[in-house]
Design a protein around this ligand. Structure first.
Ligand code: GUN
Length: 299
């Protein structure tokens, strides 16, 4: 049976370090890291994520600012808010929760965020730094950064000689994850919906990362014996076995059967998810330290 990778515990450890760093900043410089989270519309899953982020920011001792805008918010109104947050020295990190309602264009909003405050790592400046191998001077997208910490704990910082397969090629996760694995010397395959014979590609993977948004897609016979599986999927499915109308969260990996063959695996929930929130806190405290010209804490 596979080792279960406890992302919840690792995230708690990380947020402890972040809270400490925030306390030091407050006592030495009188500054609290400020995180502004913007959400537009009524998507219940997005509200749940955003509430968790705001709650954790408070727990870390941050100045946590949540902007909940109505569904009918215009592009101009949203961009004006981001511009205002860009100009506010009390705000060190800005996150605009995605997806936005259909009438809004996410890309110009994302690119409007000042790179120094882009705690999501989605601006071309920060994404470009990751692509060019500069992992030190920008801000790295939270979910891939969190997944890399879990991999570093297991395999060390140098993944030389290991084959990594990432399924999914989004800007938010798949692309930066592939690049971070490459920077750590893994041999990387970025697979996606058009990949031919995905199961056999996955069977080559010492590290298999799934981020497709399809419940239970990765099956046991896709898994190389002893592989490390990182499941980034968060899918809500009906769970009548829990009672009428109940739902539960599952990943992109058929967890039970794959755990029989893998060497290590992240559960859903309790794997990558908590690491994403912890890395958001880490990015925010880093942004606050940099804004004061202080050497940043390491995680
Ligand atoms: N929606 C789902 N995950 C994320 C994330 O990491 N950042 C943002 N901004 N939106 C998301």
């Amino acid at each position: 049976m596979a080792t279960i990778i406890d992302g919840k515990q690792r995230a708690a450890n990380l947020t402890g370090v972040v809270a400490n760093a925030a306390a030091v900043l407050e006592s030495e410089a009188g500054i609290r890291p400020g995180l502004a989270v913007v959400i537009v519309g009524n998507n219940p899953a997005s509200h749940a994520y955003v509430n968790a982020k705001s709650r954790m920011a408070k727990q870390c001792g941050f100045n946590s600012m949540q902007y909940s805008l109505p569904e009918e918010t215009t592009q101009d109104e949203l961009e004006s808010l981001v511009a205002k947050l860009n100009a506010d020295p009390a705000v060190h990190g800005i996150l605009v929760q995605l997806p936005l309602p259909g009438h809004l264009d996410a890309e110009p909003v994302t690119q409007l965020v000042r790179p120094e405050k882009d705690v999501d790592g989605l601006t071309v400046v920060n994404a470009g730094k990751v692509a060019s191998g500069d992992l030190a001077s920008g801000l790295v997208s939270c979910t891939p950064a969190g997944a890399m910490i879990l991999l570093r704990d297991l395999h060390g910082a140098d993944l030389s000689g290991l084959n990594a397969v990432v399924i999914g090629r989004s800007n938010l996760f798949g692309k930066p994850m592939g690049l971070l694995l490459l920077a750590a010397n893994a041999t990387v395959t970025m697979a996606h919906s058009r990949t031919k014979d995905l199961p056999s590609v996955c069977r080559q993977a010492d590290i298999l990362v799934a981020a497709v948004g399809r419940p239970f897609m990765v099956k046991k016979d896709w898994v190389k014996p002893g592989a490390t599986i990182i499941d980034v999927g968060i899918n809500r499915i009906d769970a009548p076995e829990l009672g009428e109308g109940k739902t539960r969260l599952v990943g992109d990996v058929a967890y039970e059967e794959c755990a029989e063959r893998a060497g290590a695996i992240t559960p859903v929930p309790g794997g990558v998810g908590p690491m994403t929130i912890a890395m958001l806190m880490a990015n925010t405290v880093v942004a606050a330290y940099r804004s004061l010209g202080r050497p940043i804490p390491t995680f």
